[in-house]
Design a protein around this ligand. Structure first.
Ligand code: ZN
Length: 334
């Protein structure tokens, strides 16, 4: 990693506000590496929501403000920054990164489970990511209890309704209001946070906070049922556990998830290998860069084969030569 930058995700506004913040962070990251964004071969983005990898459009990124519809994030960022922008699902690209460079390297098939604010998933089958129609691998919304707890997606009984950090915080507030003893919110204030971060959960668990232990136990049980069900369907060689909570709580909790999976596994004589994600927080960024690199490689190969067939080379107007004029980039739509 030669340059990085972080910006808080806007909590209000709409897709354009998020995209502007992303463009600023990308300019800063390039600057940090001593480059202008225009000098880059490509830019990769991992985004929540349903991603159309062909067009760079992102739909229903509901954890982001005002993003219930579709926004053409890729074309918007290309216009703002210059180089071609490739967009993939954030958890999908993080799974690719683990498969290519991280804990999933020895395996041809694997499931990535990202335990954080929500519970995201990614699937690699025969070395290839499975994207479905663009919305595959929403493992957090596998139903672990019919008519169960209300999920942040509005449905009931999803794994994420028990294991997602956002849902766990809602439950913790409710339990505290009902008189449950906990230092979770005291710790949150003491460490100057406005929500229960993975670090706050970790501290509370270390202090043996009874409510934190109860809610994490409940999360582990839900993860056991949901992940085992996904394994029953796919029979993958390995499950990689990442995300804010997964990476923070690490190996001891991966062991607990393995134990919670056992009673639900059909092929219980040969369970999959379970590992903590090796790339941690940077998995998403690394995976997005890999996506961009593979796109650039594919574009080069296509141009080479076009030249080999003797097709005329397209020349852009900016080259000052006559030839095929570039069509102006379409306006982003919200
Ligand atoms: Zn849900």
């Amino acid at each position: 990693m030669i340059g990085s930058s972080r910006r808080p995700t806007p909590t209000e506004g709409g897709p354009r506000d998020v995209a502007e913040q992303m463009a600023d962070a990308m300019r800063d990251a390039a600057l940090d590496a001593g480059l202008r964004p225009s000098a880059l071969t490509g830019i990769g983005v991992g985004s929540p929501g349903t991603v159309n990898e062909a067009t760079g459009a992102v739909s229903q990124a509901r954890n982001l403000p005002g993003w219930d519809g579709t926004f053409r994030l890729g074309p918007w960022l290309t216009k703002a920054l210059g180089p071609p922008v490739s967009v993939g699902n954030d958890v999908g690209v993080a799974t690719d990164a683990e498969a290519q460079l991280g804990a999933g390297r020895p395996y041809k098939s694997m499931l990535g489970v990202f335990w954080g604010t929500g519970v995201g998933g990614g699937v690699i089958l025969n070395g290839q990511p499975w994207l479905g129609r663009g919305a595959a691998c929403e493992i957090g919304h596998m139903v672990v209890k019919r008519n169960g707890a209300r999920c942040t997606c509005g449905r009931k009984g999803c794994m994420e309704a028990y294991a997602g950090r956002a849902a766990m915080e809602i439950k913790a507030r409710r339990e505290q209001a009902r008189g449950a003893k906990t230092d979770l919110f005291k710790l949150m204030k003491k460490h100057d946070r406005d929500r229960l971060t993975s670090g706050i959960w970790e501290r509370a668990l270390k202090a043996r906070d009874p409510l934190a232990e109860k809610l994490i136990d409940r999360a582990v049980e839900a993860l056991g049922a949901g992940v085992a069900s996904a394994v029953n369907l796919l029979d993958v060689e390995a499950v990689i556990i990442g995300g804010g909570l997964g990476c923070r709580l690490g190996e001891p909790y991966v062991k607990r998830i393995r134990k919670a999976m056992a009673p639900h596994l059909f092929g219980d004589d040969r369970p999959p290998a379970l590992h903590v994600a090796a790339l941690g927080d940077f998995g998403g960024a690394i995976g997005a860069a890999l996506l961009s690199a593979s796109r650039a490689k594919a574009a080069k190969a296509k141009a080479r084969s076009r030249r080999a067939r003797g097709a005329p080379k397209a020349v852009s107007r900016s080259d000052g030569a006559s030839g095929v004029a570039e069509r102006p980039a379409p306006e982003p739509r919200t």
